[in-house]
Design a protein around this ligand. Structure first.
Ligand code: NAD
Length: 472
């Protein structure tokens, strides 16, 4: 594959060449390495019209056939996993093996989604009548995805939307458009024309999409700030929305853990994918009895873990994905230094692109920016606590409520803590886990609606009750 050129949008069953284009940067070098097509509003109109036309027949395709096509899509992705993984690494920055894992994970997600079923509920079955509740497709789905998991999160939307009989216009982030464009091209041979459309563009394209009257549903993953704008835009014609938004996840470490055993897992729960994960640990509450020992261990890991270009053998952590995010994390480090917090810097990083040393902040105040804001990059505040009640209260003191974690040898006690955390997911002695069968639902300002599992599937449907008399 020539990584520099030849990217096309997928509209109405055709690979559409670019008119205007925009730059795509390799975050490990900071250099432009490719051009992506910039959709015009006419391209958007065409994609929406194609999706609307296709939806009429797609919804009538039997469910088992739609599921079979999802599996065929998974096979097509797997057949291209190596080249897609390499392209992913170049545009997103993640080390190659892990980039390929995301591509394969996306295929696996489509397969798993095909195992779900659309239930028909019977709310009454009496002598007089039978009342059935069916779940019907909504129509054309606007799917908008961020840059941190560009491939996997696209499949989280495509799978359930298509399986339930909707058609899709998918837009990746302008920072990571390429793998998604290739996905569209690969799936041209799988789905009927117009069922899956992929368009790319700059900052103006998202708002054009969310205000487009041709969509019946918006499935959005991104920041809370953008989520608010999406909700406002959707209000005009009452589009259905699912918003998977930001998080500032707390992990609480109780004093009975084995520090050496848990340190690496805790570290990776915060820094994997260069800490650019909605459900990464972003505030680490450590009991005072083990605080110093765990802090020192985490600092040692930060100084030794290989950070580098994803193309370099042995790199475990890559660069920050883009310029604005790079500057934002630098600003938080600066703010911590300026306020006199103890900043514990990680090991050396390449002097190119968007690399930042993996940084810990030693017990900053609860109202510091690094604690209150979602950093979404390699800076993690460590926070000392004395009692469990205090830790839970501080963890819950956030406008976000995406996920959280509890670490302890006492599973019963950890489970009690889990029940008291105000988040949509809680992990005990693990982190970053999600499955296609488990709902991911942000509490508070982390989300609106649900993705994944049966709950997530239902978000692409509308219930229809049919009252059927037993006698004519
Ligand atoms: P972002 O909100 O800047 O952008 C997300 C997507 O929205 C991009 O495709 C962007 O082009 C588009 N967009 C931008 N402005 C828009 C507008 N006004 N209307 C419609 N679309 C618009 O987010 P980001 O920086 O790409 O991603 C990072 C954020 O995503 C973090 O806050 C992270 O926590 C969150 N996230 C959440 C989840 C989850 O499942 N809850 C998963 C991954 C990332």
């Amino acid at each position: 594959m020539d990584f520099a050129k030849d990217y096309r949008m997928t509209i109405d069953g055709e690979a559409v060449p670019a008119g205007a284009t925009f730059d795509v940067v390799n975050p490990a070098t900071g250099e432009v390495f490719a051009q992506a097509p910039a959709a015009t509003s006419a391209d958007l109109d065409r994609a929406v019209a194609a999706a609307a036309a296709a939806q009429k027949s797609w919804r009538a395709v039997p469910l088992e056939e739609r599921k079979a096509l999802l599996i065929k899509a998974a096979e097509a992705i797997e057949a291209h996993a190596d080249e897609l993984g390499e392209l992913f690494m170049r545009e997103q920055g993640r080390p190659l093996a892990m980039a390929r894992e995301e591509v394969k994970g996306g295929a696996g997600w489509l397969r798993a989604t095909a195992k779900l079923d659309i239930p028909v509920e019977v709310t009454e079955d009496s002598k007089r009548r039978r009342v059935e509740v069916h779940h019907e497709p909504l129509g054309v789905v606007c799917a908008i995805v961020p840059w941190n998991f560009p491939f996997l999160l696209a499949t989280w939307k495509i799978g359930p939307a298509l399986m339930t009989g909707n058609t899709v216009v998918l837009k990746p982030s302008p920072f990571t458009p390429l793998t998604t464009l290739k996905l569209g091209e690969i799936l041209l041979d799988v789905f009927p024309k117009g069922v899956l459309n992929v368009i790319t563009g700059g900052d103006e394209l998202g708002p054009l999409m969310t205000s487009h009257p041709g969509f019946q549903k918006i499935s959005f993953t991104g920041s809370t700030a953008t989520g608010r704008r999406v909700m406002e835009s959707a209000a005009k014609d009452l589009k259905r929305i699912t918003l998977e938004l930001g998080g500032n996840d707390a992990a609480i470490v109780l004093p009975d853990v084995d520090v050496d055993e848990v340190a690496m897992q805790l570290f990776m729960g915060a820094f994997w994918n260069t800490a650019q994960i909605c459900v990464a640990t972003k505030r680490l509450y450590i009991h005072e009895d083990i605080y110093d020992a765990l802090r020192d261990k985490l600092h040692q890991i930060a100084q030794t873990i290989p950070v580098g270009d994803g193309a370099t053998e042995g790199s475990v952590i890559g660069p920050v994905q883009n310029g604005p995010q790079f500057r934002r994390v630098q600003e938080l480090i600066e703010d911590s230094r300026k306020n006199g917090y103890a900043v514990l810097e990680g090991g050396a990083v390449p002097n190119s692109g968007y690399f930042i040393p993996l940084t810990l902040v030693d017990n900053p105040p609860d109202d510091s920016r690094v604690v209150v804001e979602e950093a979404f990059g390699p800076i993690l505040p460590l926070l000392r606590f004395s009692t469990i009640d205090e830790a839970i209260e501080r963890a819950n003191n956030s406008e976000y409520g995406l996920a959280g974690a509890v670490w302890s040898k006492d599973i019963e006690k950890a489970t009690e803590v889990a029940h008291r955390l105000e988040t949509g997911t809680v992990w005990i002695n693990q982190n970053l886990q999600s499955t296609p069968f488990t709902p991911l639902a942000g509490h508070k300002q982390s989300g609106f609606g649900v993705e994944n599992g049966l709950h997530g599937l239902m978000e692409f449907t509308v219930p229809k009750a049919i009252f059927i008399p037993k006698t004519a």
